[in-house]
Design a protein. Sequence first.
Lengths: 321, 335
Amino acid sequence: MTAPLLDIQNLVKHYPGRPPVRAVDGVSLTIAPGETLGLVGESGSGKSTVGRTILRLQEPTAGRVLFDGEDVFALATAPLRALRRRMQIVFQDPYSSLNPRMTVARTLREPLEIHRLAPPAQMDARVTALLEEVGLDPAFAARYPHELSGGQRQRVGIARALSVEPRFIVCDEPVSALDVSVQAQVLNLLADLQQKRRLTYLFIAHDLAVVRHIADQVAVMYLGRIVERAPAAAIYSAPRHPYTRALLSAVPEPNPRATRARIVLSGDIPSPAHPPAGCPFHPRCPHPKKNERCRTEAPALRVTGESPAHLAACHFAEEPM
Amino acid sequence: MTEPLLRVRDLKTYFVTEHGRGTARAVDGVSFELYPGETLGIVGESGCGKTVTSLSILRLIPEPPGHIRPGSVIEFEGRNLLALAPPDLRAIRGNQIAMIFQEPMTSLNPVFTIGDQIAEAAIIHQHLSRKAARARAVEMLTLVGIPDPAERVDQYPHQLSGGMRQRVMIAMALVCHPKVLIADEPTTALDVTIQAQILELLGRLQEELGMAVMLITHDLGVVAGQADRVVVMYAGQVVETAPTTALFDRPLHPYTEGLMAAVPRIDVRKSRLQAIPGQVPAATAWPSGCRFHPRCPHAWTKCTIEEPPLLGDGDHTARCWLVQEPARRKGGGTA
């Protein structure tokens, strides 16, 4: 097996408060080069915090992240800047992540200048090439963000991430603000770019159907922890954690004859400032075997079944629901 | 056949754009009916006019910059809402026709308790006393599945979760037992497990209270699970209308077809999603002929010049020349 490009070890991010908000509470994940890990969860699960912390857009509370063997959290400012060339991020809302006073050309030139990636004479050619690569007419270089549609803005956001020729991109809900027809365009673009440039993605999303089409591996988060992780095919065909099962069954299917039984969870997602004791999912868990152990003992993420790649954090992951 | 409860005829809602440079024809000749007890899904992407249609029905369009064009008709139980004097309109709005919005936080008043906000409509429309209205508020909170309703009634919106706030919105809308509930993207801002709760709640309440629901959404999955009939909108117009199963079995309009193909499915992995090329055009400059023709894989010369009417038989119609000339469809297709 090839060494992972990204190795997240026991990542913790708590925000100060009384009590502290345990946004990420011991997350370990690896991503192999050229693969996409889909990180799925609902609001407050901590999925975006994971993405931002591994890029050090936020400082971690504890844990270690190795990128291509390099300890990201131990880097001083200068080597960190060099690393940022290799790790990029695409945000959910391209409108608030693009500077409204900068033309598309300036937005794309800025990272090239900061990292000294092109001599001034070649800047225009680089900008043109980037725009073409993300499927935009080079004439867009002169426009401002407000003159673009949501899909076009997201393409600019992707071009900006690509400009420094990264190996790894955190895609943080990159299509959730887009209309369905445009969402498909952007997902296809991300898949094409990955193939062409051998990119590795951490794809953060709340939409399990979207993740199915892009991810090789899937990890499901709930209240700051990974509750299940497996190859994508296994998660969708044989989910093991009761939360994953409920999440999958809750996705509305565009088929009026769908017969799938829907598991409707009761209650709300608890606050990460007050995570329940034991298994964090136990107050909402519909598993028939749920018992005292779930209320007191937090289940470890463990192999559940034939495949060593399929992990779930549930005392009763092997039992039918 | 039963009479429709609500009949929208040739609705045109236009907006004068900034600096008065143009007119956005946001809703441009929309017609449909809503029958008692049914759920009608109105589907479309941003800018198709679905929300402006629903706001027009309640006459909540800010004028200026908006205006509903003469000739538009919105009939509720035989009365044209567009011709009603303000007091008569107010007697219907929030009473017989109620609405819930996408964003419960911005639709609730942060400085009043949820009980006061639910009771308000009952006091105004049904002339209940404060005490009776408060009791009604508790009753409504129970109906929408809020735990400890007697305590919750005195809480403020910020003390509730997003799902609970949407339940409060539903309680507010239903307090006068409306005949029509307009739900504009009621679950879009919610997490998927909470969305499932709210959709289940809406389905149950509709059955119990027998109201008609106009469900506005961009999500074909939500429509498939909730609606009896569907109206698909594109570029300010109705482009297809059909019973839900017929629409999904045999979409007639290439836009509907494209939308269905573009949705990522949870049950199958496609190596590539089928995107609709291009962008939704601007409401200030709809394309000539069929408004979908620049993005349509089947379009021919006629489509660029002549605007098709809604074609087809009975309850399944589409605004597409292919209905008359199916041989023009490229690559087999579904029809």
